[in-house]
Ligand binder design. Structure first.
Ligand SMILES: NC(=O)c1ccc[n+]([C@@H]2O[C@H](COP(=O)([O-])OP(=O)(O)OC[C@H]3O[C@@H](n4cnc5c(N)ncnc54)[C@H](O)[C@@H]3O)[C@@H](O)[C@H]2O)c1
Length: 367
């Protein structure tokens, strides 16, 4: 194959980024962008010179590969059609909104010799790779992923929308399978959960605490990893990594901190992150993770390179997300109340405040 003929399906927020970057990938020809929305079509044509079609089916016999960036609820049906026509596919995360559809896609890709990848873009984040190198074997991971309410991806809740990135990272950092999952979440705006907290335990003994919200004052993407040889905290927004190598005199219990005298206690307090647990701060060079993700997928198609985000990994992430959602559905926020994310105590009282004038409509929306 000389040139890989690629289309982007779905030209919203992510599809526009994919369409802009794909022509930079060596060996790729961007054939067209498909989106039924006139507004999306107009915006993509303002961005770049590319053929635009309403229906992706018109492209089936003209392309070798496609990036799928529609709302998640369309991923399974569109991707099945692509894969059954032997079209290599990169699906934005989450691969689907349920595990059985996700595994069906992974299997269909295999049966049709297609390279199926998933947009778990954090796997290409250099700050995470640096942090992972510093801690030895990861044992405890804490992640916070917060955003405001963007009105995008509201066909899914915050677990599939944001937490899925951290689920995928944790799945690949821990060598083992999920053995226990506790979670709770609630819906602020109605429909799916907008905030969620999960504690995952893996067969290797690793534990992860994940928090995600799309009703947050300020955006945040943070990951803290505690491993066998130290700690690393990553601010994914700034690309900053703070880390601590636990010195062997500490880990080998060469000094009994609990029996320190007055002066020793003062020294420990004052020099905790210089002499006791020396802290380092590093910044990684900003990198375009989506471009790196596209390149990895294209190399896997064209030269059999190692695919980092496989369809199977995407399906396992969705399977774990599904277990978290089951727990959220089973959680009872008030004794005697019904279960699930729509029954948060604070949101169940009488209406005492009016809807702002800008938001008034004839009928209140059903929960
Ligand atoms: N990797 C990431 O960090 C990241 C970030 C945001 C969103 N996403 C994912 O990307 C996907 C798209 O999200 P978005 O924020 O770009 O959404 P969006 O709403 O901005 O865009 C979706 C686009 O898909 C189009 N579309 C709908 N049905 C279609 C069809 N049948 N054929 C072609 N186009 C169709 C819509 O008209 C719209 O333009 C979702 O799966 C989302 O979860 C990934």
């Amino acid at each position: 194959m000389n040139t890989l003929r690629v289309a982007v399906i779905g030209a919203g927020h992510l599809g526009k980024i994919h369409a802009r970057l794909l022509p930079q990938v060596p060996g790729v020809e961007l054939i067209a962008v498909a989106d039924p929305s006139p507004l999306a079509q107009k915006q993509i044509l303002e961005q770049q010179d590319v053929q635009v079609v309403s229906d992706f089916r018109k492209l089936i016999d003209k392309i070798d590969a496609a990036v799928l960036a529609t709302p998640t609820k369309h991923h399974h049906s569109i991707a099945m059609e692509l894969l059954q026509n032997s079209i290599h596919t990169l699906i934005e995360k989450p691969i689907t909104d349920n595990a059985s559809d996700a595994f069906e896609l992974a299997q269909t890709a295999e049966q049709n010799n297609c390279v199926l990848s998933v947009g778990h873009v954090e796997q290409f984040n250099p700050a995470i790779r640096l942090a992972a190198k510093k801690v030895g074997i990861p044992k405890f991971i804490q992640a916070n992923r917060m955003s405001g309410y963007t009105y995008r991806s509201i066909d899914i809740g915050v677990v599939y929308d944001l937490m899925i990135h951290d689920i995928d990272l944790v799945n690949t950092m821990f060598a083992g399978e999920l053995v226990d999952c506790r979670a709770a979440g609630f819906s602020v705006f109605g429909g799916n959960e907008d905030m969620a907290q999960a504690r995952l335990q893996y067969s290797c003994g690793g534990i992860a605490n994940l928090t995600a919200s799309r009703a947050s004052f300020a955006p945040a993407r943070e990951l803290q990893i505690y491993g066998t040889s130290g700690f690393a905290g990553v601010d994914l927004v700034t690309g900053t990594v703070q880390s601590v190598d636990v010195p062997s005199w500490v880990s080998q219990r060469q000094f009994n901190f609990l029996e320190a005298n007055h002066d020793q206690q003062a020294f420990v307090r004052e020099e905790l992150f210089s002499e006791i647990l020396p802290k380092r701060q590093e910044s990684v060079e900003p990198d375009n993770a989506i471009l790196a993700e596209q390149q990895n997928w294209v190399e896997a198609i064209c030269s059999g390179g190692q695919l980092r985000n496989t369809g199977f990994n995407g399906a396992v992430a969705v399977e774990v997300a599904g277990k978290i959602l089951e727990q959220i559905e089973q959680h009872q926020w008030l004794p005697g109340s019904s279960l699930g994310p729509l029954t948060t105590p604070d949101f169940s009282g009488p209406t005492t405040t009016a809807v702002p004038a800008n938001l008034q409509s004839a009928k209140p929306h059903a929960a």
